[in-house]
Design a protein around this ligand. Structure first.
Ligand code: GDP
Length: 811
């Protein structure tokens, strides 16, 4: 089609008056016709267009009218809201603040609003201004219903409201930042909030949320109607955790604390007393738990009966020194090794398993003696199922035999008597059985139910019978465990190995321990990097009653502490941190109090919570020990009785401290002293050792304790220890001891006791104290001195001189 465009512009020109018209050529006429036709067509199109635009204009006008009407309604509402907002802003910000805000807004808000896309609406400037008055750039309405009536200090306000409303932000600043959108959204939000008909989905959601919160707050206010939570409070709790337990927001808790004058962040820990106040402020009930519930759930769930399977018994061998404990352990083990177990190389890991002829396994803890046994028990590990009491047939029941019996009885663990050395010429098994009767051990042969087996560790006689007896006892005990769960158990031994790092032998008591498990062992943790059995072989897993050496712990845990597999490292760290803190607390307490057990006991008796005073008596001679036992039992009354857990002769050992610790007892030391290890242990464990040399004083103190009246007073002040290095015989003065002061100091005229193996063999006064040739007043630790005793000559090398002063302390 020929384009009309080039002709069209020229066509009107002749009409607009130019040179005289001349006749058109036919070609020109034809062209003209064409042009006119096109023009007519164009005009028609234009008309049509115009018609449409007129129609749409009408439509537009109508629409505008409607919009104006609606806007007028909205304006009126917005005006009302804005006025309310202004009032509130004035209240919140203080009256002098308002005019400033107003002034700023009227100047700057206008152009901003006009420039904003939403400002196309015919909103009157006045309304626009007032709408912008809301502090924080957010008009009233949307939030107002959120506002919980504040508790005193505004504690109960939902935390989300705070950032928007807490600090009034001048709207001018917001708009000045060029944040026009913020302004627009706020206007719209105001309108949506005000007009139910046009509100958006988001606003519906907000409304629901408001209603929900309102309902919650309603409940909060009406005590008793609300779901009052029981909030469990450990000794310390982090703010976040406390908030979680109350189903409250962290910020609310922080604010509640602030109100109480406690500035704490969300991650900080607060004590239970403070937490209790917060809990009651929130209208909940609190329940204090003594131990941090970090440990709660650590033991895992109780096993179903159906899941339990028979497990090997765990045996500890006890008995008097030289009665053959070690020999018996070796004999049992070597028979097993000789009987064809791989390698034959035995490895000491603190425990081992043997296979009885029947094929059944027995686990032996190979730290013989009641010390280790009670040490473990004091730490809470009830690792031993059966005690084998070794008594030499040629020696009979001896002091440590009795101790072992007491320890086993205190723990409620059944005994099997192994009458050893029956190969010896002087062996008399019946005498042993007879002697045991005194200690409530009645063997089967004498009509009782304690098994006894005659053995010879040296000649390897009767070992299979002993194993049989153990397995029979195990059957009676119905020892069972669930192997299909995560492992739990006890630390048997641990050490720091130069090449391998911390190495611990653990006894699995429940479940199965696998290589790669994350474990918490006492105050240590780690991933089990490798496991070795008692033959030194690598193993991948260990089931109930199996002892294994594990590698990969963070440090060497203490024997007797429990170990448990946890789900992840974080949990492990959490528990270990808590335990380490607890240990530090206890040590600090032991250091400041120094007399932990005694004072705690007194407090418990005073509170009526304790009905028994348990004591361990150690004396220089049997007669004294018995006499003390009799007098202290007499001072007990109906309310509080006195129980002598154990009474024995000789120095105080770690074993005594462990026994006292395990039973919350105090130790009465009569003319005996604690050895160094026992002293250290008593300090760290907070076990009280009371030293006496007059029986009625023991009775006095215990009586006071029973009556819960007052703590016994220290009548004596310890000064120091000196060790006798050499004894000189000097004609004029008699025996003079050349000493070295090992602890504290030695003073002229002080009271002294001579200790031989920690038993007091003499008590008196110093007659002389010399350094070289000179008399001196006192000699301090680390120096040598010469001592002589008034009226006492039996001085020996290695004896220890204990020096003390007597103080009268008002009771
Ligand atoms: P422990 O202190 O209880 O561990 O006793 P030991 O196992 O060290 O044994 C002390 C001594 O008794 C050692 O010299 C052993 O050789 C010896 N002994 C142990 N058992 C027997 C036995 O059955 N018969 C004989 N004749 N001697 C034994």
């Amino acid at each position: 089609a020929p384009s009309p465009a080039p002709a069209a512009p020229q066509a009107p020109r002749p009409r607009q008056g130019g040179p005289a018209p001349r006749a058109l050529t036919p070609a020109e006429q034809a062209t003209r016709q064409r042009v006119l036709a096109v023009a007519a067509q164009r005009e028609a199109e234009r008309r049509e267009q115009e018609k449409i635009s007129i129609l749409s204009a009408a439509e537009e006008a109508r629409r505008r009218e409607e919009e104006a009407a609606r806007q007028a309604l909205e304006d009126a509402k917005a005006q009302a809201i804005a006025e309310a907002a202004a009032r509130e802003a004035a209240e919140a910000a203080g009256t002098e603040h308002v005019p400033a805000a107003l002034a700023v807004t009227t100047d700057e808000a206008k152009p901003a609003i006009v420039a904003a896309p939403a400002a196309a609406r015919p909103v009157t400037p006045a309304v626009r201004e007032t709408l912008q008055l809301k502090p924080g750039g957010r008009p009233a309405g949307a939030d107002d219903e959120d506002e919980a009536p504040r508790g005193p200090g505004g504690v109960r306000r939902p935390a989300t409201v705070a950032p928007k409303r807490g600090v009034p932000v001048a709207p001018a600043k917001k708009l000045g930042d060029g944040n026009r959108r913020g302004g627009r959204i706020d206007v719209q939000a105001a309108l949506e909030g005000a007009d139910e008909k046009v509100r958006s989905l988001a606003s519906v959601r907000r409304q629901r949320e408001r209603e929900r919160r309102q309902a919650e707050l309603e409940l909060l206010r009406a005590d008793g109607v609300k779901v009052v939570r029981e909030v469990i409070l450990p000794e310390t709790i982090t703010v976040q955790e406390l908030a979680n337990r109350m189903a409250a927001r962290g910020n609310e808790v922080v604010r509640a604390l602030m109100k109480m004058g406690v500035m704490a962040t969300i991650t900080q820990a607060i004590d239970a007393d403070t937490a209790e106040l917060v809990v009651s402020e929130f209208g909940h009930k609190s329940r204090r738990v003594s131990d941090s519930d970090v440990e709660i759930g650590l033991e895992g769930e109780a096993d179903e009966d159906a899941d339990l399977q028979i497990r090997p018994p765990v045996v500890t061998i006890m008995g008097h020194v030289d009665h053959g404990k070690t020999s018996l352990l070796d004999a049992l083990r070597h028979t097993a090794v000789a009987a064809g177990e791989a390698g034959g190389i035995t490895q000491h890991i603190g425990a081992y398993q043997v296979k009885a002829p029947s094929g059944a396994l027995i686990t032996f803890l190979d730290t013989p003696g009641h010390e280790a046994f009670t040490a473990m028990r004091a730490r809470g590990a009830a690792a031993t199922d059966i005690v084998v009491l070794v008594v030499a047939a040629d020696d009979g029941v001896m002091p440590q035999t009795i101790e072992a019996i007491k320890h086993a009885q205190a723990a409620g663990v059944p005994l099997i008597v192994a009458i050893n050395k029956i190969d010896r010429p002087g062996a008399d098994a019946n005498r042993v059985r007879q002697e045991l009767l005194q200690y409530e051990i009645v063997v089967e042969e004498m009509g009782g139910d304690t098994q006894d087996v005659e053995v010879s560790a040296l000649k390897k006689l009767g070992l299979d019978k002993l194993e049989e007896a153990i397995l029979l006892q195990a059957e009676v005990l119905e020892l069972r465990a669930n192997p299909d769960r995560s492992a739990e158990g006890a630390i048997i031994e641990s050490r720091l190995d130069k090449g391998r790092g911390p190495v611990a032998t653990v006894l699995v008591q429940k479940g199965t321990l696998h290589q790669g498990d994350t474990v918490v062992a006492g105050a240590q943790w780690g991933r089990v990097r490798a496991m070795l059995d008692d033959k030194g072989a690598n193993v991948k897993s260990a089931g109930p009653s199996a002892p294994v050496e594990i590698l990969g712990l963070s440090g060497a845990p203490v024997a007797g502490e429990p170990f448990v597999v946890v789900e992840n490292e974080q949990r492990a760290r959490e528990i270990v941190e808590y335990r380490a803190q607890k240990l530090r607390d206890r040590q600090a307490a032991a250091q400041t109090a120094g007399r932990g057990t005694m004072e705690e006991m007194l407090a418990r008796i005073q509170a009526g919570a304790q009905k028994e005073v348990a004591i361990v008596v150690k004396a220089d001679v049997q007669g004294s020990a018995e006499a003390i036992g009799v007098v202290v039992t007499k001072v007990g009354n109906e309310e509080v009785r006195v129980r002598v857990l154990y009474s024995g002769v000789g120095q105080i050992t770690e074993s005594d401290v462990q026994l006292a610790k395990a039973s919350d007892a105090i130790i009465v030391a009569f003319n005996v002293r604690a050895n160094v290890q026992a002293r250290e242990l008593s300090k760290s464990e907070g076990v009280d050792i009371r030293y006496y040399s007059i029986i009625y004083e023991v009775a006095d103190d215990i009586e006071k304790l029973v009556k819960g009246k007052l703590a016994p007073v220290h009548r004596e002040k310890f000064l120091g220890y000196a060790e006798i290095r050499q004894v000189f015989n000097i004609t004029k003065t008699g025996k003079v001891a050349g000493c070295y002061v090992t602890e504290g100091l030695v003073k002229r005229g002080c009271g002294v006791r001579l200790l031989r193996d920690n038993v007091v063999i003499h008590q008196g006064e110093l007659s002389q104290l010399k350094r070289f040739k000179d008399d001196v007043k006192e000699v301090a630790r680390g120096y040598e001195c010469g001592l002589s005793f008034a009226g006492f000559q039996d001085l020996r090398e290695g004896d220890v001189v204990e020096c003390y002063e007597t103080e009268i302390v008002a009771a």
